[in-house]
Design a protein. Structure first.
Length: 349
């Protein structure tokens, strides 16, 4: 099961980008989602260094910047990608994993903006990042596990409580209905910074979120997903052989195939808690001005699409993706995530 790609790029001339009009339109009928979109202003430096950065984060940006610029100036971009591709699960790759994880964790917003924003004279950062994740996936002995994929590649790992949901009949071609959920952040496991400024030009928004400054509270977030996404784990030849999660009375909690239950109620429910793995998705880009993004569940390979329900302090891991069983105390589940993180970030220390 592979999720349909959400982001598409909309190009515009520089003069148009500087005009008073919106340079790209997140409500375009050609785009998939019509809910609240966050705005990333294209204002980071290249590389985006600050004196208060942790040492490993600073070194990571300097190394990535140097590789991208040198590959262009010496006309050796193909050799750079060949070097990345032939890496085994060795000291070099594991050190890169440590730096990349720390860079994302420190500020996911800056890292994502940096991937898509460098000026001319650089190998596109996003291409380098993709090549690295592919190389890590091929060589890492744990790559065929949902748990490693979610922990390493998600931009945010959060313990949340759903405040409200809004279900939208989508006008796009790929999704019948979208759910946007306004959530309270109870615990941040990965991703210390959240996008806060949002666009108010789309026709739908969560109740109570609009304010004159277009700034979203730092302890809240909007996440969104397609209700028709099929749940399932393609790893281990399991395909879509889904387990039906049941409550204490044996009644099915969720439709075994999509993100709605038997009463057509969506996966994320107001008042309920979840452990979620999230990442940004591009809605559209205005070159030199801003990037519009949505925040979506990361894992298309998880039985829960990277959104693990919690009931009475117990995490439901339907596919036993973290190897702890289907029903795991929330503290044990989060400790397992943090142990996996520590194995990445403390390598070589």
């Amino acid at each position: 099961m592979k999720r349909i790609a959400i982001g598409i790029f909309i190009s515009c001339f520089f003069a148009y980008c500087l005009s008073a009009q919106e340079p790209c339109n997140p409500t375009s009928k050609n785009l998939l989602y019509y809910t609240l979109n966050f705005v990333l202003d294209s204002s980071v430096g290249y590389p985006p260094l600050h004196t208060d950065m942790p040492y490993d984060v600073m070194i990571g940006y300097i190394a990535l910047d140097s590789a991208a610029r040198t590959a262009i100036s010496t006309h050796k971009a193909p050799q750079l990608f060949e070097f990345i591709d032939r890496q085994t699960y060795n000291d070099t790759l594991r050190t890169i994993m440590r730096y990349r994880y720390k860079m994302i964790d420190y500020n996911p917003v800056v890292y994502y903006d940096y991937l898509y924003g460098p000026p001319d004279g650089y190998v596109p950062m996003v291409n380098i990042d993709r090549a690295l994740t592919v190389a890590i996936g091929k060589s890492n002995p744990l790559h065929q596990t949902v748990a490693f994929d979610e922990v390493f590649n998600a931009y945010w790992i959060l313990h949340i409580r759903v405040d409200d949901t809004l279900r939208i009949k989508d006008r796009g071609l790929s999704c019948e209905a979208v759910t946007a959920a306004s959530v309270d952040i109870l615990d941040t496991i990965k991703g210390r910074v959240f996008p806060m400024r949002y666009s108010n030009i789309q026709p739908y928004s969560m109740p109570g979120t609009i304010n004159p400054e277009n700034v979203y509270p730092s302890n809240k977030l909007i996440i969104q997903y397609c209700n028709e996404w099929r749940r399932g784990n393609i790893y281990g030849n399991q395909g879509d052989q889904l387990v039906t999660l049941v409550d204490s009375n044996g009644a099915p909690l969720y439709n075994p195939y999509t993100l709605v239950d038997s009463n057509d109620v969506t996966w994320l429910k107001p008042g309920k808690e979840y452990i979620v793995f999230l990442h940004p998705e591009i809605v559209c880009i205005s070159p030199f001005i801003a990037m519009y993004i949505s925040i979506d569940p990361y894992s298309g390979e998880s039985f829960s699409e990277g959104m693990y329900p919690i009931e009475n302090g117990i995490v439901f891991d339907e596919g036993n993706e973290f190897g702890l069983g289907q029903y795991v105390p929330v503290s044990e589940f989060k400790n397992n995530i943090r142990q996996r993180i520590n194995e990445i970030i403390h390598y070589g220390e």
